[in-house]
Write a protein that binds this ligand. Structure first.
Ligand SMILES: Nc1ncnc2c1ncn2[C@@H]1O[C@H](COP(=O)(O)OP(=O)(O)OP(=O)(O)O)[C@@H](O)[C@H]1O
Length: 251
């Protein structure tokens, strides 16, 4: 589904003194269709930068991203327009992905309007079907984003992506702002949808237990480098390098 080869990204910043930061250094890994790659690492190690590069929200300095076999680092803007809707990032704050001035129904209808897809009946049928998939009642459609809970908002964002047939999700700490009980429900939803629809996830988190539960493969980042990766249980049971050992022991 996704293969990343030797990705690099460097920033230089600072007004008084130029400082160079390398949040992504020679990173390579693969995610098979229908599986989850859990990406772990301390704050500031480059996880978000890496995921934003993968989604082509920011350009890489060098390296390749193969999405379903196509190198999307090189493809034209026109082609990218056909690739982008197949990928979706889910953030910590789902409400930031919803338009606060529109009710939930109009938020869900928006992508159909943008992509000029389907007639009124088909759009409504799609919305009903996807709401049921994520476990939301139709009564929620008339509510505005500020009238629903964080867990419900996360379900709306997922339902909207599913109406566009997204199959690859970058989940960036998607449950860290939710109550523990709601967190478990949303994690179960991610796993259930993966089983039913064959979704592929890049799951970013600081929480080893959550990553262990959902990921088939796991990678540890430190200072912009992917320092260790492999099958989740193998790495957790038998980490090879000191950084990973310490990281795992800290839980
Ligand atoms: N646009 C930018 N310009 C300059 N430096 C940046 C920029 N974006 C990120 N950085 C730097 O790159 C490094 C990695 O940031 P990034 O947000 O990718 O880390 P992270 O692992 O996702 O952290 P967290 O877990 O806290 O979200 C940080 O030092 C950050 O300050």
């Amino acid at each position: 589904m996704l293969e990343v080869r030797h990705l690099n990204k460097q920033y230089s910043s600072g007004l008084l003194k130029r400082q160079v930061v390398n949040p992504v250094q020679d990173i390579s890994f693969q995610i098979e269709a229908g599986s989850t790659f859990g990406l772990m690492g301390n704050s500031g190690c480059g996880k978000t930068t890496l995921s934003r590069i993968i989604l082509r929200l920011i350009p890489a300095d060098s390296g390749q991203i193969l999405f379903e076999g196509t190198d999307i680092t090189k493809c034209s803007g026109k082609y990218l327009k056909t690739i982008r809707p197949k990928m979706q990032m889910i953030f910590q704050h789902p409400e930031s992905s919803l338009n606060p001035l529109m009710n939930i129904k109009n938020n869900l209808l928006e992508p159909f309007k943008i992509h000029k897809l389907y007639d009124k009946e088909r759009r409504e049928e799609e919305i009903r079907e996807k709401l049921a998939l994520v476990g939301l009642p139709e009564g929620l459609l008339s509510h505005y984003p500020h009238e629903i809970s964080g867990g419900e908002a996360q379900r709306v964002v997922i339902a909207r992506a599913l109406t566009m047939d997204v199959r690859f999700f970058v989940l960036d700490e998607p449950t860290s702002m939710l109550d523990v009980s709601v967190q478990a429900q949303i994690m179960n939803l991610f796993r259930d949808l993966q089983k039913r629809l064959g979704l592929t996830y890049l799951f970013i988190s600081h929480d080893l237990e959550v990553v262990r539960w959902i990921s088939t493969h796991i990678g540890f980042m430190n200072g912009g480098k992917l320092v260790e990766q492999g099958k989740t249980e193998e790495i957790i049971e038998n980490p090879k390098i000191e950084f990973t050992k310490n990281f795992i022991n800290s839980f």
